[in-house]
Design a binder for this molecule. Structure first.
Ligand SMILES: Nc1ncnc2c1ncn2[C@@H]1O[C@H](COP(=O)(O)OP(=O)(O)OP(=O)(O)O)[C@@H](O)[C@H]1O
Ligand SMILES: [Mg+2]
Length: 392
């Protein structure tokens, strides 16, 4: 089974592209499921069919669902959500605020992504995920690292302390979390770790980022691609949407066409190792199966909608027996320099900072210390000296 994630800035055409690609896959005989994880669903509007939280048949081989976030909360965050509400109310906060704060921002999208795991053992050939505009999702994918670094041991300790306190029924005005809360948090942590493993396997999961040939959208695409490289998620293609077609020759569009041409050149330069897939501005609204079919015939022609290229992992680990070193290689888009990266080693963790993003990589299994780093051919290389007696 293949999983294709569709990401990008708001309004660039993610939902339309998901419908077009899903349609083409189904037409080619692949059993296809499109999942919308965007809390502001619009997949049903695009396909022109009422969707629910479970797969609904759209046509032969094509199924779709819009994740029911309330339901996912009940499954994953019931006790924790209730406890946070109780706690905040005991501190005098009003109910209206409490409802807002019981859910971390961006959490709904992560719960949406966890829904993919329900279908891993199903007979779908391909799952296409129509994601929300980029925001908190990617940041939240780093949550398991953070919990591992700071929280996990504390959570276990607190769980024991609270367990004892609960047994002796200490009188306190602060409500104590029931054990379910810890079970839920730890369970979610395990599931998010599994989700990360699934997203980092390029044979199974890839991502296509939708952009328009405009500077703001390109900047966002670069941020997304950098994140994907840091987190080892394979970028399969950049889809450039709403390109003004050549047949348009009205003077009003002359400047737009020229800026599109320049911006597409820029995209091709920044992502020179990535498939660039072009989609024109259509003369019609892509809504309902007839229009979706028309658009999918125009853009896919005889291209395979399932695979645009065979993607590679951004991370590579190379072992050098001669020097007894391990080299972690991470590729990045064009335009970065060594000074854009800051590296730290904290005990058995490597921290890579680039811009406002941080990636923590556990060095536990690699058994060694970072000795130097290099940046060449858009690749960050981190050299570790291995030591068989290594323990930290
Ligand atoms: N190439 C195109 N030609 C014409 N119309 C388009 C094209 N791409 C998208 N649209 C239209 O633009 C609107 C926004 O597209 P869509 O909903 O697919 O974007 P989105 O990235 O999913 O937005 P959001 O970030 O809100 O989820 C829709 O009305 C869609 O029909
Ligand atoms: Mg959308």
């Amino acid at each position: 089974m293949r999983i294709i994630l569709i990401s990008g800035k708001g309004g660039t055409g993610k939902t339309s592209y998901a419908s077009i690609t899903g349609y083409k896959c189904a037409e080619k005989g692949l059993k296809t499921l499109i999942i919308s994880t965007d809390p502001a669903h619009s997949l049903g509007d695009s396909l022109d069919i009422e969707l629910t939280g479970e797969p609904k048949k759209v046509m032969d081989n094509l199924y779709a669902l819009e994740v029911d976030i309330n339901n996912e909360f009940r499954i994953w965050w019931n006790s924790a959500g209730e406890y946070i509400k109780k706690f905040l109310m005991s501190r005098g906060l009003e109910k209206a605020f409490v409802d807002e704060f019981s859910v971390p921002p961006g959490f709904d999208e992560i719960l949406g992504l966890l829904k993919i795991r329900d279908f891993l053992k199903s007979d779908y050939d391909i799952i296409i995920v129509d994601m929300a505009p980029t925001g908190n999702t990617y940041r939240l994918l780093s949550l398991p690292d953070l919990l591992e670094a700071y929280g996990l041991r504390l959570i276990e300790i607190e769980r024991k302390v609270v367990g004892v306190a609960r047994r002796f029924q200490f009188a306190t005005s602060i409500p104590m979390p029931p054990d379910d809360v810890y079970v839920e948090i730890l369970n979610l942590y395990e599931e998010m770790k599994k989700l990360r493993v699934l997203l980092s396997d390029p044979k199974q999961t890839t991502i296509r980022v939708i952009t328009t040939p405009e500077v703001m959208s390109i900047k966002e695409t670069l941020r997304i691609a950098t994140f994907l490289d840091l987190y080892n998620i394979a970028l399969e293609a950049i889809v450039v949407n709403r390109i003004i077609p050549d047949v348009i020759s009205e003077p009003f569009f002359r400047e737009w066409k020229e800026s599109h041409r320049k911006n597409i050149e820029e995209i091709e330069k920044i992502f020179k190792d990535t498939e660039i897939f072009k989609m024109p501005l259509f003369s019609f609204e892509i809504r309902g199966l007839d229009q979706i079919k028309k658009a999918s015939d125009m853009v896919y022609d005889n291209k395979d909608p399932k695979w645009l290229i065979k993607p590679r992992s951004p991370h590579k680990i190379i072992r050098d027996e001669k020097t007894n070193q391990t080299i972690i290689q991470i590729k990045f888009p064009e335009g970065f320099e060594k000074k854009d990266f800051t590296l730290f080693q904290e005990e058995d963790e490597l921290l890579i900072h680039v811009g406002k993003m941080i990636r923590r990589i556990s060095l536990r299994d690699l058994k060694g210390d970072v000795v130097k780093s290099k940046f060449r051919d858009n690749r960050l290389e981190i050299f570790m000296q291995n030591d068989s007696n290594y323990s930290k």
